[in-house]
Design a protein around this ligand. Structure first.
Ligand code: NAD
Length: 361
């Protein structure tokens, strides 16, 4: 059985749009997202990124800078003024020492941060020599726009510029730039030193070679990138905000308290999520069962919670998931190894939770 559960497998012809199938080449190009720029001369910075600038050294920018420094990149941070930048540099060095002492960072990490992370006195100084610049200032277009313009004005023409925006469409931010083909979303998650996933969001004009160069950078940090099309909120926050909104709806309707909803989420479906995404979970539970459940939900909540066409089409063609015909991402077949993995995963997660104890309040 294929355990590569996080990737859409092309086992369901006619169900997934071509753009969402796993690409047969290692490039994992998604048609419908970034237009490839075949024939374009791509400057060599895309082949070798070593100097990185992070603009905005707060919560996210600081963590991203630590991650890159620990991966061996030469990293410069800059914040709103030089005093703030110095404070952030001191904090990031101290944090790295603490995390290493607590066993959360590998031995030698604090030395890497001390050696590879510097502070610049101004934005132009920070970005002048950078191959890659990551913008991580506040989530407000009226702040990000001028910062992106200043970055481009001071950067080398071949530099790649990324934004850590959580929700703003990358194409809208790109309107601030003249070399928009070298711009993309590079969305780290919080806390950046510990969360492994990074969304990469190309807008329609982003050069394919730029996306690939950033994929290489992310891989060098040991994190896992996923390509996402340019729609507000991308994948992470579209899903996360829908969950929170519905959770608040439940409180407002008096179905459960916030505390009890958190217990249900953490101890039931949330317990599966470190190992399996929603598609793999549905495949294992049985898509026919999901269709039946959607019927009840539609009866009570209307079209909003009706079975999606993609699910109905699978069930109508006899694909019920792992148990029969294959599902969204897991083919049908011998389930023994999958069940063994699943049981080990949940048992070990239980042990981890017992070791850590409840989160302090
Ligand atoms: P933050 O407030 O901790 O950091 C922003 C930093 O930008 C501050 O230190 C501020 O002084 C600095 N800044 C403001 N204007 C500047 C300028 N002109 N030049 C240089 N620096 C400037 O915010 P954050 O949580 O790190 O968020 C930064 C970005 O990351 C936002 O786009 C946010 O949406 C995104 N993000 C945040 C999280 C999160 O959970 N906090 C998660 C993922 C992505």
């Amino acid at each position: 059985m294929d355990h590569n559960l996080g990737v859409l497998d092309p086992v369901i012809p006619g169900i997934f749009p071509e753009s969402l199938r796993r690409h047969p080449t290692p490039l994992r190009v998604m048609p419908g997202a970034p237009a490839s720029t075949a024939g374009k001369v791509v400057p060599s910075v895309t082949d070798h990124i070593q100097h990185v600038a992070v603009v905005g050294a707060g919560y996210m920018g600081g963590g991203i800078a630590q991650v890159l420094a620990m991966a061996g990149f030469d990293v410069v941070i800059v914040d709103a003024d030089s005093a703030a930048t110095r404070r952030h540099l001191d904090r990031l060095r101290r944090e790295a020492e603490d995390f290493e002492a607590q066993g959360l960072f590998d031995a030698g990490s604090a030395d890497l941060v001390r050696a590879n992370l510097r502070a610049a006195d101004s934005l132009p100084e920070a970005v002048a020599e950078a191959d890659l610049i990551e913008e991580a200032v506040l989530e407000q277009p009226e702040i990000k726009g001028p910062v992106l313009k200043s970055i481009e004005a001071a950067a080398r023409p071949e530099a790649i510029i990324g934004s850590n925006t959580s929700t703003l469409p990358i194409g809208d931010l790109a309107a601030n730039l003249t070399r928009a083909e070298r711009f993309l979303g590079i969305h780290f998650s919080n806390p950046a030193p510990f969360i492994p996933g990074v969304e990469l969001i190309a807008h329609t004009a982003t050069d394919e070679a730029v996306v690939q160069a950033v994929e290489t950078v992310v891989a060098r940090t040991g994190k896992l990138s996923a390509r996402v099309n340019d729609k507000a909120g991308f994948v992470l926050n579209r899903l996360q905000y829908v969950l929170l909104k519905e959770a608040i709806n439940l409180v407002e309707e008096g179905v459960a308290t916030a505390e009890d909803i958190d217990i249900v989420v953490r101890t039931t479906f949330g317990y599966r999520l470190p190992f399996f995404g929603p598609f793999a979970i549905a495949d294992m539970a049985g898509l026919d069962v999901y269709q039946d459940c959607f019927r009840t939900l539609e009866d009570h909540y209307g079209e909003r919670l009706a079975a999606p066409a993609m699910l109905t089409e699978l069930v109508d063609t006899g694909r019920y998931g792992v148990k029969q015909g294959g599902g969204f991402v897991i083919p049908a077949g011998d389930q023994a190894r999958l069940i063994e993995y699943r049981n080990a995963a949940y048992a070990k997660l239980g042990q981890l939770l017992r070791d850590l104890g409840p989160a302090p309040r």
